[in-house]
Design a binder for this molecule. Structure first.
Ligand code: 26Q
Length: 762
């Protein structure tokens, strides 16, 4: 296993020979010393089946603390640095690797860690974006995006594998794909898997002959074009119209990954017909689905017929769907495909023709139709298994999104409910609570989370409860200090922390939360709302830069926050904070300091959610709808231990058939007042018209209030106020603890093991 002494000796040497007044130097010393030890465990076995997890996103966050923890040297490193007068937590300055948008990317990162922890042979294949998800700040309440320069502190955890670069061909030019391999370290088990991220580079760095010939500009253009492929992550979670650069990214990812895998097969003397014995490829949504035609292309190049190649793919690929939003199901026009990757277009047409011959020709099952390629259909057609990410989501896939496919191939469909890694999302972010659990039930639960249920007998133990409350307080203090430094707002630690953090999207209904905050504020001002316990409403969310309504909601919430925080009459009862640049590291601090977790999407829309699980594990009650994995959270922890409101998915569908949101306002003058404030001059949007656009989205046109914000408002506020009323009571604490004790199912250890057994057959 890991040689601590060797690590500490090397760390000592490195520290003594560097100018450690610089955080970066300390970072380099720690990571170099760790990497030196990691190398010794980091060898991919020559034999045995592996899973290649293909994903356009890996939202890794900060690697240093989690790596040290998994290596079992977090405390030792802290002490070693402290002896030299250095603070390990100064490394909090280093950037997160935000190579993902949200849930889908973070799930991929959790899966990697869990697979390594359970010695499951799974490697990630992704893109090494030069800039990850943008950095967010607020200027006068408006979201501003700037570049996320995540490499500013270097990337000491990866190694560039020059010798393993491959060439990727587009119709108009070719580029090199250079792999950067990052070790994925299992929790204290000596296992190291690999995350391989590809970087695009020009074939010819500088063709000096062309420079001499006066064609310098052309050279520069070609370098730029090549490097642009992995320059930046598309900041769009849930859908974007297909752009050529995005298409290049997707093809670059899968072509490079498959070429390198084919090379490894050749090196090991393995015949490609054995691909499905040696590999299974998990496609993380449609983003890497071009791997299917690319795999066929590579097999054809080895001399296999199209039919054989397709048959091999059908045994090798599996597909996960993460969303039912129509706008997120990717499609590519034939025109674009022919212009960029004509060799792939030809294969797509062949697949369509072959599927037709097999009798697959229902309207909703076309792979290519009217000069358009439908990536989800291609994925479902080829995949051995297709999975949704929570029970309810999988049912919707079968009954709705992929209904036609489900009648054809019911045996393909399977559910694997998402999970989170309890190492980062409990041991690392909430060390005091983790230590308290271990003190009570011993260890073992860290890698077998259902064992956390052993704390149930302590739920009614006075000392244990007091310790829980005390730890939550101290987590709040830590978060409040951080928020004060970053946002300039002071949150008293005796306040309820009521939190909604996630990407900004209409279906997630941050607007519903915002309107309820306004409603509460108005109620406090008028005196109609009594016995309200002091609450801080916390928001964290990034909006896609081109998503106008989402940006408008950010502005609205920031205006609400400005007004409320400036009103001394409510200062003892209400605070509102929209934190800037919410990311993985911010989440780690927020999750363990919250009392109420807002999971309020319109039922039927959130495939699973994973933030909901992080809060639950950290002893937070859910204020939520019966959507996605919230349903399973209630099954595990008891609906009576959470605050559930709103239309169910079935009801929502019925309601929408004949829905007039203005009727809701007529019956609820207090809600009307809150909604009117969007347009009555209560708030300003600096003449942008943004707030009016939000107002119109609720009340105008055939699609008015698509996500039933107004319809669900009344039951939402009732649930919210009942949580507020109960906070601080014994009953409330019990609910928090019931959630923590019943979070066992939501470990991604369980998810990954289900994939390994039911899908990958490892
Ligand atoms: C598509 C085309 C072009 C550009 C971007 C995209 C794109 C990018 C990211 C489309 C979708 C995404 C991300 C989707 C996502 O994060 N979905 C979430 O996945 C989680 C993990 O399964 C679930 O828990 C969430 O419910 C789901 O919203």
């Amino acid at each position: 296993m890991f040689d601590k002494d060797s690590f500490l000796r090397r760390l000592d040497e490195l520290i003594n020979t560097q100018d450690v007044s610089d955080v970066k130097a300390v970072y380099n010393a720690v990571s170099q010393a760790a990497m030196a030890e990691i190398y010794r465990h980091w060898k991919t076995p020559q034999r045995g089946k592996r899973c290649g997890y293909f994903s356009a996103e890996f939202l890794i966050g900060r690697a240093v603390f989690s790596n040290l923890m998994n290596l079992g040297i977090l405390q030792e490193t802290k002490s070693a640095l402290a002896e030299k007068g250095l603070d390990l937590y100064a490394l909090e300055e280093i950037e997160d690797a935000a190579l993902g948008n949200g849930g889908l990317g973070r799930l991929a990162a959790c899966f990697l860690e869990c697979a390594a922890t359970h010695a499951i042979p799974m490697d990630g294949y992704g893109l090494r974006y030069r800039y990850g998800l943008f950095k967010q700040s607020f200027e006068n309440g408006f979201q501003k995006e700037t570049a996320d320069d995540w490499l500013a502190f270097g990337d000491p955890w990866s190694i560039r594998k020059e010798a393993e670069r491959v060439k990727v061909d587009f119709a108009d030019f070719s580029v090199y794909a250079v792999p950067y391999d990052t070790p994925v370290i299992g929790y204290k088990n000596g296992v190291v898997n690999t995350l391989r991220l590809w970087q695009s580079e020009p074939i010819e760095k500088f063709n000096f002959a062309l420079f001499d010939g006066g064609q310098g500009e052309q050279v520069a253009k070609e370098v730029f074009q090549a490097e642009s492929i992995t320059a930046v992550l598309y900041p769009n979670d849930n859908g974007d119209e297909g752009k050529t650069l995005r298409l290049r990214q997707e093809y670059f990812l899968v072509s490079a990954s498959l070429q390198s895998i084919f090379k490894r097969q050749k090196n090991r003397g393995r015949d490609e017909s054995k691909l499905c014995e040696d590999y299974v490829f998990q496609l993380n949504d449609t983003h890497p689905v071009l791997a299917i035609p690319e795999c066929i292309r590579l097999l054809e190049a080895e001399g296999y017929t199209f039919e054989t190649a397709l048959a091999i793919c059908k045994k090798t690929f599996c597909f996960t769907n993460h969303t039912v939003l129509a706008e997120a199901l990717e499609k590519w026009s034939g025109t674009r495909l022919r212009a960029v990757i004509p060799q792939i277009w030809t294969i797509l047409e062949k697949i369509q023709a072959y599927a037709e011959k097999e009798g697959i020709c229902k309207v909703d099952t076309y792979i290519v139709k009217d000069d358009t390629a439908y990536m989800a259909n291609l994925a479902v057609y080829t995949a051995k298994k297709v999975n949704g990410v929570a029970q309810m989501h999988t049912e919707i896939l079968k009954a709705d999104t992929f209904r036609a496919w489900y009648t054809l191939f019911p045996e393909k469909f399977i559910n694997v409910t998402n999970g989170i890694t309890p190492r980062r999302w409990f041991l690392l972010n909430n060390p005091l609570m983790a230590a308290e659990i271990t003190r009570r039930i011993g260890d073992g639960w860290e890698t077998d989370l259902p064992q956390i249920a052993k704390i149930k007998p302590y739920i009614y133990d006075e000392k244990f409860r007091a310790r829980f409350t005390e730890i939550k307080r101290s987590n709040k203090r830590r978060l409040a200090a951080y928020i004060e430094r970053r946002e300039g707002i002071r949150l008293p630690e005796h306040f309820i922390f009521d939190t909604q953090v996630k990407r900004l999207h209409e279906y997630k209904r941050q607007l519903l939360n915002a309107l309820s905050v306004l409603y509460i504020y108005n109620g406090l001002k008028s005196g109609e709302l009594k016995d309200f316990k002091p609450t801080a409403f916390l928001f964290g969310a990034k909006s896609a830069p081109g998503y106008y309504l989402a940006k408008a909601v950010i502005k609205f919430i920031n205006e609400i926050a400005r007004k409320i925080n400036a009103d001394s009459e409510v200062a003892a009862l209400l605070k509102v904070v929209f934190v800037q640049n919410y990311n993985v590291s911010y989440a780690e601090k927020i999750v363990c300091a919250s009392d109420i977790s807002e999971q309020i999407s319109m039922a039927g829309m959130e495939a699973s959610g994973t933030g909901n699980m992080k809060f639950m594990l950290n002893g937070t009650v859910t204020l939520g709808t019966l959507d996605g994995a919230n349903v399973e959270i209630c099954e595990e922890a008891g609906q009576e231990n959470n605050y559930i409101f709103g239309a169910t998915a079935r009801e929502a569908e019925l309601v929408k058939r004949a829905y007039d949101p203005s009727k809701v306002l007529e019956k609820n003058p207090a809600l009307k007042k809150a909604v009117d404030s969007l347009v009555d001059g209560t708030f300003t949007d600096d003449g942008t018209g943004m707030l009016k656009a939000v107002h119109e989205s609720l009340l105008c046109g055939a699609e008015a209030d698509r996500y039933l914000v107004l319809y669900d408002f009344d039951s939402y506020v009732k649930a919210k106020l009942s949580a507020n009323r109960e906070y601080g009571t014994e009953a409330f604490t019990t609910k928090c603890l019931e959630n923590m004790a019943n979070a066992g199912k939501f470990s991604a250890d369980r998810s990954v093991k289900e994939y390994a057994k039911l899908i990958w057959e490892l």
